[in-house]
Design a protein around this ligand. Structure first.
Ligand SMILES: Nc1ncnc2c1ncn2[C@@H]1O[C@H](COP(=O)(O)OP(=O)(O)OP(=O)(O)O)[C@@H](O)[C@H]1O
Ligand SMILES: [Mg+2]
Length: 631
């Protein structure tokens, strides 16, 4: 999922804004880091002092205990200091991650349909997971590593030279320099292998996800073997890419240990020689050994931090490009914010539209007037442009001025919020969220106060252990019913459900309106989903209702009932019904027949029958089918 293309991009400035917000915490973290590193220097020194004092004999037990006490105090400072730099810096990087994620999500919800047509869901998901992860690493652990390495190295070197011996320092540090440069090189090599490994893993995940989502098709077409083969390939690729990381590490780590060993050997040899000559004391010798040990980590950290920074940069650039994406559809200077409601009159005036320049017209010169309170039906073969009309009425795509107006006001003048609030829409794909039926139906009108049940639901599902299941289910149910009572919109929900002829079905579910649908809940049938989706739109009680092929999955009796309910309840309000079946639309005030995006016919049922064109043709065919069914 994560694309690791090496592209040179400008510095992603947005990160400065986020880090800037936490500058005091960062400063606090770095200062405490400094204190910790400084305090750290005293442990080897005091240890050396004890050894010297005891060997030379000018220190008694009390004196030694005093130094031990000092070491203890330093240890205490280290403990507290380490807590605080973790708190300051890791805390900030988690907060930054949260802030970016929130801004990203809110920015994404503002982007237009065209953006979603162009981008894969998987890639967008990767920005929320992998990319944010590496940004966090870059503004957290990498900052610590860098500062720690630099501060520590300088302090330790100064201490070794001042406190012990210059020559010994130079000689012992030599192998460590090899670690430093090797580390930088290793960082680059491992980054490449690591991103290959990540890619292989996300390919594997995609493979599994695709197969599980499509399992019904796979089984129905008996393609399990083929799926197994392609899974095995992705699985092996994942293993191979992991092995490449393992192999490199298998060579590098023993080498690293050998270099550290070499440094110790040199220290022992030359340091021992210096002690025997009397140039340094045994205590200084011991301290030196400890100092050298504390230099190893910073040397390794340099390569690590470079790695984390470069990965973080690449991720930040990708996130920056999301932020740079401007919503195509938004309120402009043409928008008249005084328009807060619509009456329901719709005029399409020579409406032409294409999804992209390179594509042919999806709609051409559509000219229809829908008076307030009337019903317009749109009929046409698949791909004739019916859904496109609905999309355009909802301003999901831009159209030129003058092509669509509501109550005589151009669509480009109407604030998006007003427009979409005043239109209730039943989309063709009837999407339901993984939530209770009640929440799904009340979706368009729910108040954004969090219902208590919603808060506990998540926790309950997370804490689910075997055996606790039944109890949790019951608990969830209780709290949900409680929430329903408190928030009291169940009655309105039931009203809408009754109109959409889904109420009786819902009452048959064991948990009724609290039934969870979607991936974690029951599977509702296609027709049930469609009617829940109609109920959701009816609940909104808007001046304009658009039903996109919303009665295709219900039987004709239910269809008749729903249409009757609509007629009664939507008196004086505008309705647009898109359908394939003539039975659905024959009572509409006007019928628009689309053919390849053009207005093929327009009129009432009787007029169109009399015209003897496409509509009359279709009518005859469907009558015939009906008679056949009856036989
Ligand atoms: N997002 C899109 N990008 C590009 N072309 C599109 C897009 N959506 C639809 N089209 C094209 O526009 C034309 C009209 O599509 P539309 O979805 O409006 O048809 P429809 O009448 O609703 O069909 P159906 O009855 O199958 O729902 C089709 O040729 C379709 O391929
Ligand atoms: Mg459609």
């Amino acid at each position: 999922m994560q694309r690791e293309k090496k592209e040179k991009k400008p510095f992603p400035k947005m990160i400065l804004k986020y880090v800037g917000r936490h500058k005091w915490a960062y400063l606090g973290g770095i200062v405490t880091l400094f204190v910790v590193d400084f305090a750290n220097l005293y442990i080897p020194e005091y240890t050396g002092d004890i050894i010297d004092g005891l060997t030379i004999g000018n220190m008694d037990l009390k004196g030694a205990l005093y130094y031990v006490f000092l070491i203890f105090v330093v240890g205490l400072i280290l403990m507290i200091g380490r807590f605080f730099w973790r708190y300051f810096i890791f805390g900030s990087c988690r907060k930054i991650e949260l802030e970016i994620r929130e801004d990203m999500f809110s920015h994404l919800t503002g982007l237009s349909m065209n953006y979603y047509n162009r981008n894969k869901t998987g890639d967008l998901m990767a920005h929320f997971t992998n990319d944010l992860n590496s940004v966090r690493m870059a503004v957290g652990p990498a900052v610590i590593s860098t500062f720690d390495a630099v501060i520590m190295t300088i302090m330790v070197l100064v201490k070794m030279i001042q406190h012990v011996n210059l020559e010994l320092t130079l000689i012992a540090v030599l192998p460590l320099l090899v670690i430093l440069f090797g580390g930088v090189y290793y960082g680059k090599a491992i980054e490449k292998r690591f991103s290959e490994k990540q890619q292989a893993f996300s390919d594997l995940t995609d493979e599994v996800q695709e197969s599980i989502s499509g399992i019904r098709v796979i089984k129905a077409f008996v393609q399990e073997q083929k799926e197994l083969k392609s899974f095995a390939k992705a699985n092996k690729n994942n293993k191979d890419k992991n092995m490449r990381v393992v192999k490199l590490n298998a060579v590098v780590w023993p080498l690293l240990e050998a270099l550290i060993g070499l440094s110790s050997v040199i220290t022992l040899l030359y340091g021992g020689y210096l002690v025997s000559k009397g140039d340094i004391t045994p205590g200084e010798f011991v301290a030196f050994n400890q100092y050298i040990g504390s230099l190893v980590w910073p040397m390794i950290a340099v390569g690590d931090s470079i790695n984390m920074f470069s990965q973080g940069m690449a991720s930040m650039s990708r996130i920056q490009s999301i932020f740079d994406e401007q919503p195509e559809i938004k309120d402009t200077e043409k928008t008249n914010n005084d328009i807060t409601s619509l009456q329901g009159g719709i005029q399409l005036n020579n409406l032409s539209f294409r999804y992209r320049e390179a594509l042919p017209d999806a709609l051409q010169n559509i000219k229809v007037n829908v008076p307030k309170g009337s019903t317009l039906a749109i009929l046409g073969r698949t791909g004739s442009g019916k859904t496109t009309v609905a999309n355009l009425l909802l301003h999901m795509y831009n159209v030129e001025d003058g092509m669509i107006s509501f109550d005589g006001r151009d669509i480009n003048e109407i604030p998006l919020k007003t427009l979409r609030e005043q239109i209730a829409y039943v989309p063709q794909d009837n999407f339901l969220f993984s939530d209770t039926l009640q929440t799904n139906i009340a979706f368009g009108v729910r108040n954004f106060k969090e219902r208590p049940a919603e808060k506990v639901k998540h926790k309950l599902f997370l804490s689910r252990k075997e055996g606790e299941e039944a109890y949790l289910e019951q608990e969830l149910y209780n709290r949900e019913s409680q929430a329903d009572k408190e928030y009291g919109d169940l009655e309105a929900v039931q009203e809408a459900a009754k109109m959409a002829c889904i109420h009786d079905n819902i009452m048959e579910f064991p948990r009724k309106y609290s039934t969870m649908v979607g991936e974690r809940g029951v599977t509702v049938s296609g027709g049930q989903k469609q009617r829940s989706s109609i109920a959701r739109a009816l609940m909104k009680d808007a001046p304009i209702l658009i039903l996109d092929d919303s009665l295709s999955a219900v039987d004709t009796d239910t269809e008749e009932q729903i249409l009757k309910n609509l007629k009664e309840n939507r008196e004086g309000k505008t309705t647009i019904i898109i359908a394939h079946r003539i039975s659905t639309i024959q009572n509409a005030d006007h019928i628009l027949v689309l053919d390849e995006g053009k207005m093929a016919e327009y009129g009432t049922h009787e007029e169109l029958l009399a015209a003897g064109g496409l509509y009359a043709n279709l009518y005859e065919k469907q009558q015939l089918e009906k008679q056949l069914e009856a036989v």
